[in-house]
Write a protein that binds this ligand. Sequence first.
Ligand code: PMP
Length: 422
Amino acid sequence: MNVAAPQNTTIRTGVARVLEQKRRFLVPSVYHFYCDPPLIVRGDGCELIDSEGRRYLDLYSGVGAMSLGHSHPDVLAAAHRQIEELQHTTTIYLTPPMFDLAERLAELAPAEINRSFFCASGTEANESALLMASQFTGREQFLSLDRGLHGRTKAAMSVTQIPMWRTDPFLLNTCTRVPGYDDQSSLQSIERELRTRNYAAVIAEPIQGNGGIIMPPTGYWQTLRKLCDDTDTLLIADEVQTGINRTGTFFAVNHEHVTPDFITTAKALGNGFPIAACLTTDRIADTCKRPAAATYGANPIACAVALAVLEFHQENNLAAEAMQKGIHLEVNLQRLAQRNDIITSIRGRGLMIGVELGDGSNGAAAVITDRVLEAMKDSGFLLGKTGLGRNVVTFMPPLVITAQQLDTACEQFEQVLDSMKK
Ligand code: PMP
């Protein structure tokens, strides 16, 4: 993440103007990427277009939200149709798209997960899962993994375990951090905690996104499920980033053959429209009878769009597309890593791949990563950045990207990495 001040003296006027507006009218905690940022004014398929007409291949797709790409005709048609019919009512009135979406999600989720609570962001979906877990168990303690990220409200931030995103000075003291996937003692620590104290739930991402695309070891989730079962603790899978076919299965927990008690989903569900869901079992949902409402939860346009998005995913088998293109991309990147020792690790699944550069512990790798992202942007490719050391170049392109587009991106990535050696 680059700080706002542009270092380029030949800044374009449009950019200069919005940077000035940003300085004067925004809370400065809202950061943007790049020293010399483009002003994005349009999207077209897998590309974004700036105020000067320059096109960029969008390899981060709005942090994994735009799986169908920008201005997808099915999304536009669903949104237009719905806004002309009915724009908004809130959940105190019955509107069809909400129930159709809930039914569709029940069909697509693991067998026992049948119920939805709709809201507008991933944070709220996680907050809802944490709330329902406390209501169901009568317990207030939560466990979460090192490097996990779950949102920015009080409880969601309290279970977030990435220091830069824990900005509240008064986080809840009911949330305990345990070592994450990259530490062999992780499951032992969880077991010790669960056997010494009553926890409402463990919350974890099946693949940690912001933490740097960190994968669990094989069998981790099955053991985790068993530990939770043995101690009557609920299990929340945060699939805000990994959900909706990003990793090659509808939910990433499908890879692990595990059914959690909650699955939270957002981002790609609405392909850029604010819709999120906290999904759970009949057993848990049936106990949640105290009032709950979110003004923009299950907004008819967002639900209609989500239904169109899910239909497109199914008709075009985007799960398989993500899997195949992910393998294609990873093979390309592995080949590139053999020739370039600046790459220390490549991780991920489907079209969620992280390329770690250098050693993230000393800050130098973060500087190189910023230079790589800037150079890629200057040559027309937008990439993401994750990891505790901010040194993991992250590929999360639209699932509809072509193999050829991925190849072009890899070729440019190689050239940029080579130029860093000079
Ligand atoms: N969980 C995960 C895994 C995320 O990646 C994010 C956002 N990056 C969130 C929760 C929060 O989602 P939102 O920004 O929609 O509130």
